[in-house]
Design a protein. Structure first.
Length: 332
């Protein structure tokens, strides 16, 4: 099938071209993201392949459906950027990659914890500057601390397994209890209790209407003073202004974020020769106890290969008219 890829980078072209040796599709790579201003590029392509920050709103969906697109292949797990109701009305199939490497994201979350706790970003710069002073680099043992896992699906479970290896006590919050997480010794508690007791809180649930701004001024009030918040899930889970206030007051001791609510205007692009206009982001990254990475938690060789293979297999199913297990439909 002829597939128009949007928001592509050189690494997408490499991984998809390699995987396509086993799937004879015609791949056309575009750099711009798909949104109402770029829909013309999709004309005549039965499939568009998109990533997390492409904008599949009603306007985009109506435009691509009117010019021959039949399916949207998300090369990611999250699908909060697609209006599923409108896609269903237009008969557009939406498929995704529900799992490609939970290890990649869980390990990055742990990387953020270690970076913040042991101040590795400061230490790196100090040593390069021939400054071997330790003042200001004091961390804490993770062993014996309480780690709260919000969302215990594939990534949350993997994260919990790693934290168990550190010797942490595990608390969990989810709408469903995961038996594998219980088997690790995690205790499921209400969100309020998890926040109140955890030294480290890590978010691994999807962005849904129910989870939008799960971390807000009120929930931060119930957090253990000085706790560390890690968000490798979606920016919209966190009210950034409330987090800034909590960081300023000391209620929140650290923030590690791989995602940001307004990230589509910033991430995956080089802004180093421009002045960033997002004052909230600028303020956030000015704190000494904040580490932000630009949505790179998924970014491992293994994950890219799995993403490409599953995406093209999903498109094989669509082409053959087979049921695709990775198709997503609006909740009734
Ligand atoms: P998953 O579906 O396996 O797990 C999600 C868990 O969240 C499930 O156990 C589910 O029951 C739970 N959940 C749903 N609604 C909830 C609610 N209201 N409150 C608490 N828990 C709730 O998904 P996963 O593969 O573990 O991925 C988790 C999230 O990680 C994705 O939704 C995505 O947003 C994010 N993600 C980020 C990156 C990255 O590069 N930063 C990469 C992949 C995924």
């Amino acid at each position: 099938m002829k597939i128009a890829f949007f928001s592509t980078k050189p690494y997408d072209q490499i991984s998809f071209t390699a995987a396509n040796q086993h799937h004879p599709h015609e791949l056309v790579f575009f750099e711009p993201r798909l949104d109402p201003t770029t829909v013309a590029l999709a004309e005549g392509f039965p499939v568009v392949c998109v990533f997390i920050n492409d904008e599949l709103n009603e306007e985009t969906l109506r435009a691509i459906a009117s010019t021959g697109t039949k399916a949207i292949a998300l090369r990611c797990a999250g699908f909060n950027n697609v209006d599923l109701q409108v896609a269903a009305e237009l008969g557009l199939a939406v498929v995704r990659v529900p799992a490609y490497s939970p290890y990649a994201v869980a390990e990055h979350a742990v990387g953020l914890i270690l970076s913040l706790n042991r101040k590795l970003y400061r230490a790196y710069n100090r040593v390069r500057d021939d400054n071997f002073e330790l003042n200001g680099l004091l961390g804490f043992d993770i062993h014996g601390k309480t780690v709260g896992v919000v969302g215990t699906g594939k990534i949350g479970l993997c994260f919990a397994q790693i934290m168990k290896g550190f010797g942490a006590k595990l608390l969990a919050y989810d709408v469903y209890e995961n038996p594998d997480c219980l088997a690790l010794g995690a205790t499921y508690v209400p969100l309020h209790d998890l926040l109140a007791q955890s030294d480290i809180i890590s978010l691994h649930c999807p962005l849904l209407p129910a989870t939008y701004h799960l971390i807000n001024a009120e929930s931060l009030q119930s957090a253990k003073p000085g706790a560390m918040l890690i968000n490798t899930s979606r920016g919209g889970l966190v009210d950034t202004r409330a987090v800034i206030d909590a960081l300023k007051s000391g209620q929140l001791g650290y923030l590690g974020a791989d995602v940001y609510e307004e990230e589509e205007k910033l991430f995956f692009q080089d802004h180093s020769d421009r002045v960033i206009q997002d004052e909230t982001f600028q303020l956030l990254q000015s704190f000494p106890n904040v580490v932000i990475t630009a949505h790179q938690a998924f970014f491992t060789r293994e994950a890219l290969a799995n993403i490409a293979d599953t995406t093209l297999s999903n498109i094989d199913d669509i082409e053959a008219g087979r049921e695709c297990i990775n198709q997503i439909k609006p909740q009734s």
